[in-house]
Design a protein around this ligand. Structure first.
Ligand SMILES: Nc1nc2c(c(=O)[nH]1)N[C@H]1C(S)=C(S)[C@@H](COP(=O)(O)O)O[C@H]1N2
Ligand SMILES: [Mo]
Length: 571
């Protein structure tokens, strides 16, 4: 019998990781060593590793009883712990938070974004509230109950706690005025539940006559004329997802919410002008130029507790562009939107429109509180973890012109008769308004103007929703682009990169989506679609191969009978 030669298999141990390919392709960038090339040889620097969490029980106990330390500040104000007047209380909470460590944030910037609703749980914020205890203990759970009670069941919950949610695209511009249950919510902490009969706020700092106001005071029309305004509020995080998806992992480490185009909403507010209130307090004194607003929720930053504080220049108040409001779309403000009283700063970033207001303080310089001085900064591009200084960032106030396409969606296949039906919004901050909306179906080379009659009403402080049948002859992947021109002829940067910034704020570039165009006015396309219909086979998805031969062999032969062969004769 012939000997069969056995193949010689030499097994060598690989030094690759099992996921070597993924790592090499940059799909797990957070795990890569940093390369230090400052010496003749490149040296890999290992990234920071987080050990197991630690907790110094003794130190925490020595702080005292949280139920006595962190009590409800005022009767009828569930969930309100006042921090700003109590440095010793802040110190106690700080000691509790620094006597233990918490697990690091999950890495989702370079990894996949979870496909759940809520998308992100907000584990840290929940843990911090529970760790401090006292009045904060139940806040994460109570806040979620409020969300379920007040918001529409179709809301997309981006962050469970602090609650961040937006309506799905099909509902963002469904109505020109956003119904309250569908208005986006951006919270930095819990939702204080305040009894309106126990409600008041103070005005102090550099005002001539510091005062306290109840709701009844504000509603007294002999003192304060009523003000009614339709206002669009936009969070500076709106459309952040474009910056995240286009350049994953390149932004600030902890984007708190991967907002799409729904962090914008429009409502009719009733209240009074803040200017009248400040006037009653005798105006500002000693050269004060800003007003600091205090919200009753608790905000955590760098192991410290505080209330939600921001400021705006007094000039904005003097212009009657700041309102104290208790009514939203004909109803009392929902708890989640600031009941019983919030501020609305027209045309500014949403962050200045403080909810659950408990204090207005006149100050000389913009607030040094973190939400004003450390967050909501618009950094230049060459700035990041390696070199940024807070003073490099522009404190975002007025929002720039922006727009977005709500239908169709990115990657959608559209069968049309030469026109793609599009819908969306356009907005400009600072009291400017959308004057023209344009769409392109060729990536931004040629632009069609949306007829003015297809735009909702023009107002100084609101968006305009629009719809348009966008001409589109070509088939296959096309890039639909939308841009707005405001009344000052400002328009949007052409693409995400031209306005990319480390903090991932104010994504105001032209909104671009890729759509697969199937133009049914073309006879061949119409015939092909008819074939699908006759066969009872769904056409989509576009990535699944054709379900039947594209051509019969009979047809094929017929063609060559009447046409030259592909070869060319050599004569
Ligand atoms: N007290 C308080 N006010 C607040 C916030 C907050 O977290 N706490 N978030 C601000 C931000 S960033 C935005 S965009 C708007 C959102 O308002 P809305 O939740 O009513 O839509 O509220 C602002 N006012
Ligand atoms: Mo915001």
């Amino acid at each position: 019998m012939a000997q069969v030669a056995k193949p010689q298999v030499k097994v060598e141990k690989t030094s690759n990781r099992p996921d070597e390919w993924k790592i090499e392709q940059g799909l797990a960038g957070a795990e890569l060593p940093v390369l230090d090339m400052t010496k003749p040889q490149t040296e890999p620097l290992v990234p920071q590793v987080f050990g197991p969490c630690t907790k110094d029980e003794e130190a925490i106990k020595s702080v005292g009883d949280p139920n006595k330390l962190f009590t409800r500040e005022r009767e009828g104000w569930t969930g309100f712990v006042e921090w700003e007047n109590y440095p010793e209380k802040k110190a106690a909470a700080h000691k509790i938070l620094t006597s233990q460590t918490f697990p690091p944030n999950p890495e989702f910037q370079l990894g996949p974004i979870p496909g759940t609703n809520p998308v992100l749980p907000g584990t840290h914020w929940k843990m911090w509230h529970h760790a401090v205890g006292g009045e904060l203990t139940n806040i994460p759970e109570d806040s979620w109950s409020t969300v379920l009670k007040e918001k529409h069941p179709d809301m997309l919950h981006l962050l469970q706690f602090p609650y961040n949610g937006e309506p799905p695209k099909r509902l963002v511009t469904d109505k020109e005025i956003t119904p309250n249950p569908l208005h986006f919510v951006r919270n930095h902490g819990g939702i204080p539940l305040i009894d309106k009969d126990k409600y008041s706020f103070v005005v102090d700092g550099f005002v001539a006559k510091p005062r306290e106001y109840t709701l009844n005071d504000l509603m007294d029309e002999s003192r304060f004329p009523r003000m009614e305004k339709i206002i669009t509020m936009q969070c500076s995080g709106t459309r952040r997802i474009e910056q995240i998806l286009k350049y994953p992992g390149q932004g600030d480490e902890v984007p708190q919410a991967p907002w799409a185009e729904g962090a914008i909403g429009t409502a009719k507010y009733v209240g009074i002008s803040m200017k009248k209130v400040i006037k009653e307090c005798g105006g500002l004194v000693e050269g004060a130029k800003h007003l600091e607003f205090y919200g009753a929720d608790t905000y955590f930053k760098d192991d410290k507790t505080m209330n939600y504080l921001v400021s705006i220049p007094y000039s904005k108040v003097k212009a009657n562009e700041v309102m104290l409001t208790w009514e939203m779309n004909g109803e009392p403000l929902p708890a989640i939107h600031g009941f019983p009283l919030r501020i609305m700063v027209f045309g500014y970033i949403g962050a200045r429109s403080v909810k659950w207001l408990y204090r207005i303080k006149a100050i000389k310089q913009p607030s040094r509180a973190p939400v004003q001085s450390q967050e909501y900064l618009y950094f230049p591009q060459q700035v990041g973890k390696h070199n940024f200084k807070l003073t490099d960032g522009i404190q975002i106030q007025e929002m720039p012109v922006s727009s977005a396409i709500m239908s169709p969606w990115h990657k959608q296949v559209c069968i049309h008769n030469g026109k793609i039906r599009c819908k969306g919004w356009a907005y400009s901050g600072g009291g400017r308004w959308p004057e023209r909306v344009e769409l392109s179906s060729d990536g931004g080379f040629n632009w069609y103007t949306v007829p003015v009659d297809n735009l909702s009403k023009k107002r100084r402080w609101t968006w305009r929703t629009w719809q348009f049948e966008l001409p589109c002859d070509p088939e296959g992947w096309v890039e639909i682009v939308c841009r707005c021109w405001d009344n000052a002829l400002n328009t949007q940067p052409p693409n995400v990169r031209t306005a990319w910034n480390w903090g991932l704020h104010v994504t105001s570039s032209c909104h671009r989506i890729s759509v697969y165009s199937i133009n049914k006015t073309r006879p061949l396309t119409r015939a092909r679609l008819d074939e699908f219909e006759k066969a009872g086979i769904p056409f989509g998805p576009i990535t699944v191969p054709l379900a039947f031969p594209a051509q019969t062999w009979e047809d094929y032969e017929k063609y060559w009978k009447t046409h030259d062969p592909r070869d060319a004769e050599d004569d």
